[in-house]
Design a protein around this ligand. Sequence first.
Ligand SMILES: Cc1ncc(COP(=O)(O)O)c(C=O)c1O
Length: 415
Amino acid sequence: MSFESRHTDDAREARVERGFDLDARLASREAVDLRRDLAPVDRVGPRARTAPDPKGQPAEWTEERLVLASNDYLGLAGDPRLAEAAAKTAREVGAGAGASRLVVGDTPAHRALERDLAATKRTERALVFSSGYAANVGTITALDPDAVFSDELNHASIIDGCRLSGADVEIYDHCDPDALRAAMRERAREVDASGESWLVVTDTVFSMDGDVAPLAAVCDAAEDFGAWTMVDEAHATGLYVDGGGIVQREGLSERVDVQLGTLSKALGAQGGYVAGSEPLVEHLLNTARAFVFSTGLAPPAAGAAREALRIARADRRRDRLWDIVERTREGLEALGYEVLGETQILPVVVGDRADAVALADRLHEAGLVAPAIRPPTVPEGTSRIRLAPTAAHTRADVDRCLAAFEAAGTELDLR
Ligand SMILES: Cc1ncc(COP(=O)(O)O)c(C=O)c1O
């Protein structure tokens, strides 16, 4: 083939459309009710001004609303003590880590936080990542299991970690230790599993149902089959004994091999952590790609998280949260609403997705931020409002929330 004809063919090739029709993709999401908009707030806290998604323009704020949708459970994200800790760390250490921890991004701010996390989680050591997402993906891939046994409602970051690890993934029924045992028994029967490494992984508190994994029974099952247990305490860290999670509440620190969580929910900062044995931490810092090939957690986030952990380890803040949560749960139930779970997350089940959206709209008109959660995030017929009161809310806020639910429920004839 001559140079000219090859050149002409290349030019013709180049005219073929091989780009990405993103408008069409967005339209198809819209067609199945999956198109999302951002929903800005002017600050993180129990009350905030909101704005319609401004796209690339500055936000136009509306009036202040009562925010009942954040994961800032202890109400610490806007606490002046965390702001001061972050500012002090920025001044003394730097605003950013400047490099991977393995290069020159490993600072006293990281080490102090890790020592405190290890003390709270009662482990030999802890290691912080730049997010909980990175911690899950980094840890599961670094463990490189042959098989993972994963609760069917585990968080997306666990699912992504499992996929990226290339392990065989066996999904067991939600919070069902018998189903977990059955899955392990079946694998032991069907493959030569003698040299295999198995990982059982579960959230402790599930973010959409507010329920708690039966952790002791999960540990029993894992131990009977020689597997390791890994838990994600994202929605529990800071809320139980000594600022720990469900593992500490249940006294299981000795039996859970990998305790993972985030600094970005009850601890009001940013980042993820893994707590466990010395060899676990050494292995992760050597091989977890999300740790090795990513800039270290920003030191001010480490400083703020450490201050939050100090506050969480004392009882008062937690007591305030549970008081607000109980008042809200009892008030909603007294109004005739069904509230799931047993934790600070209060899923108010409405059922039909259109009813849930209508309720969320009424609550919005009444000045609340409490979005509807619909399929596919939750199963069909279980659409809900996910309420998350915080320790920064007042009893007056609870009364306002309940009044809005009462009026909307009557108007929509929901109860
Ligand atoms: C159970 C669970 N694990 C991990 C994460 C990720 O944590 P982060 O937000 O710190 O990346 C989340 C966040 O939504 C979560 O709910």
